[in-house]
Design a protein around this ligand. Sequence first.
Ligand SMILES: [Zn+2]
Length: 118
Amino acid sequence: MPPGEERKNKRLIGFWAQKKRYRSNKNLLPRASEFVDKTFDPILKELILSYIELETKSANFSKGMSNCRFCKKMIGSYDLTDGEYLFPIGYIHYIEFHNVVPPLRFIRKVKKYYKEKR
Ligand SMILES: [Zn+2]
């Protein structure tokens, strides 16, 4: 598959702006800090993390390591996809350790997934 092919027709989440170019004309990506919610329900968080673990596969490789914008930890170098959404593997780290909340639409999908599984 040619580079970039996996990203086509996917909803991209968890891609953040570079600090210095934040919201310049060239870069309309958000910052991770915009999605932090300290009251993020731990049960919901657990559901989201296990959904990602169960239902995603890697979409590409070696785009270079990235560091967490908050704690500088190395958090991986490839993307994951569930077929609809595509996000860097490091997105899991942001959800788990920094209470970064995924978009509502994604959360609804996760809830629906578990409802149908029951
Ligand atoms: Zn971190």
